[in-house]
Unconditional design. Structure first.
Length: 276
């Protein structure tokens, strides 16, 4: 088979073939039952073209046009980053913090991209007053389409972090760019939007800005939760404590890597505390 000759992983090949056949991802058993079927010419051509794209390191999600995240199927393409399973760590943490707040608590998702974080929170807490921000009009078009598809009402704002945001929030969550300019992983990410990945020489430029400006938009005792790189937890916790956040701590992803850090806003000048 062409996919094997190109060196594609079996799962990728199966998902690409299901996509070419117009069948759902869950129909892998159907493929096994019809292993000897002959493909129609147009299906074979579409499958081979998809295999070539995947061989060129294009994300599978861009080729099939969707990605599963926190139980939601999200439309994705080259206008947005592909939602990662690591980011579900941030969503779970946010839901835990929201558990003790009013049903209609105000939540802000900064750098929403495909809308993954905002939509996952809204799906699980329908009454949340949820606002999602992105500097990219193209990304917001994707997020709005996903919100409409799932009938989840969210307020979308175009702007660079807090520049067009007003009011105060009980919780702010963000998965901002955090890759350093010269990071060795960047060549493998060329298909995804660079502006959603890179954040200066140390990868912390956007995290610094968010941490510095967030207090002006948080209710007293409000939480700021941030996703960051695998080796940035200590630096992000230090920035939070320096800014005056308390209960500063990190959360590990499924690989036991400290993937998210955050803290509770007290008042300007309050000492921070670290919980690891």
């Amino acid at each position: 088979m062409a996919a094997r000759a190109l060196g594609l992983e079996r799962l990728d090949a199966q998902l690409l073939l299901l996509h070419a056949l117009g069948k759902p991802d869950s129909d892998r058993a159907w493929l096994l039952a019809h292993d000897s079927d002959t493909l129609r010419d147009e299906v074979l051509e579409q499958f081979q073209a998809a295999c070539q794209r995947r061989t060129g390191a294009e994300p599978l999600a861009y080729i099939v046009g969707h990605q599963e995240f926190f139980g939601l199927r999200l439309q994705v393409d080259a206008r947005v980053l592909v939602p990662r399973a690591d980011t579900e760590t941030l969503v779970n943490w946010a839901l835990g913090q929201l558990a003790g707040l009013p049903a209609a608590a105000c939540v802000l998702d900064l750098g929403t991209g495909s809308g993954a974080i905002a939509l996952a929170l809204k799906k699980n807490r329908h009454e949340l007053d949820l606002t999602a921000v992105d500097a990219s009009a193209e990304a917001l078009a994707v997020a709005r389409a996903n919100a409409a598809q799932h009938a989840l009402p969210i307020t979308f704002i175009e702007g660079n972090w807090f520049e067009n945001v007003s009011g105060h929030f009980h919780l702010i969550a963000s998965n901002p760019p955090y890759v350093a300019d010269a990071d060795s992983h960047l060549p493998a990410l060329t298909h995804e939007p660079l502006q959603a990945l890179v954040a200066g020489p140390d990868g912390l430029e956007d995290l610094r800005r968010i941490i510095d400006q967030a207090p002006a938009h948080l209710h007293p005792q409000g939480w700021l939760l941030l996703e960051h790189g695998y080796d940035q937890a200590e630096a992000v916790r230090a920035l939070l404590m320096q800014r005056g956040f308390a209960e500063v701590q990190s959360r590990a992803d499924l690989a036991d890597i400290a993937r998210c850090s955050g803290g509770r806003w007290q008042a300007a000048g309050s000492p921070g505390q670290t919980a690891g």
